[in-house]
Design a protein around this ligand. Structure first.
Ligand code: HEC
Length: 180
């Protein structure tokens, strides 16, 4: 995960650096246009600072489900701001979906993600969403906070321990139907 960001940052730096070199006289109009486009893309890309994976003996990595109070109310609230701004337009204010995107809470979450870990759910969101600018709206922990909020919209209660960007923890929390 981190290496991808380091790589992205390096590419960004390389693009930013090479742009003035591109602008030399020996370039064809096509090359100049390509260089201008590359520079515009580099300028437009807002690098997101990667969050460190949390590794600590204190982290609960036991096997749990989303109904075990796996996130805090505070982080769901942080996630709510990001969700409303970046996801609700397509997935709906309560995550039940809209013409722009499928439901990611309620019946659709039950059906499509049953018995799948939060790590997979988080990874999908981080690597695919929002479409066309995946991963640009925050760092890993920000996406984990969005997941916390989505779970809250789905009806899960917050608890006292935080959901963290930690593969062992996220891989051991499963999306299952609400116990009756
Ligand atoms: C421009 C519209 C749009 C925005 C904004 C958007 N999504 Fe999506 N999302 C989609 C579409 C369309 C799909 C279904 C296509 C696919 O699965 O790749 C999808 C699929 C998903 C899925 C998988 C749902 C399933 O049916 O398996 C998740 C989870 C998800 N989005 C989360 C998010 C989150 C979190 C955000 C905000 C960070 C977000 N999306 C922003 C359009 C959007």
């Amino acid at each position: 995960m981190i290496s991808k960001y380091v790589l992205a940052a390096a590419t960004f730096a390389a693009l930013a650096f090479s742009a003035p070199v591109y602008a030399q006289h020996s370039m064809t109009p096509e090359q100049k246009a390509a260089a201008a486009a590359a520079k515009a893309e580099a300028d437009a890309a807002v690098p997101v600072e990667a969050s460190e994976p949390v590794n600590s003996a204190d982290i609960d990595t036991s096997e749990r489900t989303i109904w075990d109070g796996v996130f805090t109310a505070t982080q769901a609230e942080a996630g709510s701001t990001l969700y409303t701004k970046n996801c609700a337009g397509c997935h709906g204010k309560t995550g039940r979906g809209s013409p722009g995107g499928p439901g990611i809470t309620g019946a659709n979450l039950n059906k499509k993600w049953e018995d799948i870990s939060l790590f997979d759910f988080y990874t999908f969101a981080h690597t695919q969403m929002p479409p066309g600018k995946a991963g640009t709206i925050g760092n890993e922990q920000d996406y984990v906070n969005i997941v916390a909020y989505v779970l809250q919209l789905h009806g899960a209660e917050p608890g006292t321990s935080e959901l963290v960007y930690n593969e062992d923890q996220l891989s051991n929390i499963y999306i299952v139907r609400k116990p009756k």
